[in-house]
Design a binder for this molecule. Sequence first.
Ligand code: HPA
Length: 246
Amino acid sequence: MSQARIAVIGGTAMNEWPGFEAAGARDVDTPWGAPSAPLQSGRFADTPVIFLARHGPGHHIPPHRINFRANMHALAEAGVTRVIAVAAVGSMLDAFPPGHIALPDDVVDYTWGRSHSFSDSADAPLQHIDFTVPFDPLRGRLIALAGAEEGRHDGGVLAVTQGPRLETAAEVRRLVKDGCGMVGMTTMPEAALARELGLEYAVVTVCVNWAAGMGSGDIHGEIAEHAARGMARLRDHLSAVLPRLS
Ligand code: HPA
């Protein structure tokens, strides 16, 4: 395994990471079970990095079945201290259309039934992590290091829903009333587990569709049309920031 201390977790539309030069892959096990996929070590934009495909090889693991504890434990054991998580989202914000990326600054967790803490047995230390600000200052650095970029937004509240189905129009209206601006399915409990482990964690969201009831009425058509543009923007952003993260 390389000395990389940065990990990138790829989500839907980033099961593979174009531009990532893989040098090796390692199957690991953890007290919480196996992570979604082997940890791949390699380089992106000449920067050592570990890549983990959140949905597994071939994108077969649905959001509610991801072993988030194993994923985060495996990264920490591999010496990772900084995690840049990528998540596809639907947007409820006019200013954040499909094809754009954002670094949200807050989260509302609507998921249920997921193993969401390492404080889960009598012999594990009970932690009440401070989650007032769910993303690490790494978030601000990822914005500042990239400079002005068209189609990249600073902030927004990310709703995390259970999936794998998309939301109803009424559910999306409720998310908007709750103050959310975008919706995805995987940032929780991932962000909280990262905090429990003391990892720096920030998420870059890629908008691939308008949230249910807010767009053309053809969500899958929107995803087919816009996901590639969003992913290209994400690649540009990561190329700009990864070499500058010391
Ligand atoms: N809702 C939830 N998760 C998503 C969406 C959405 O509209 N698009 C991509 N991931």
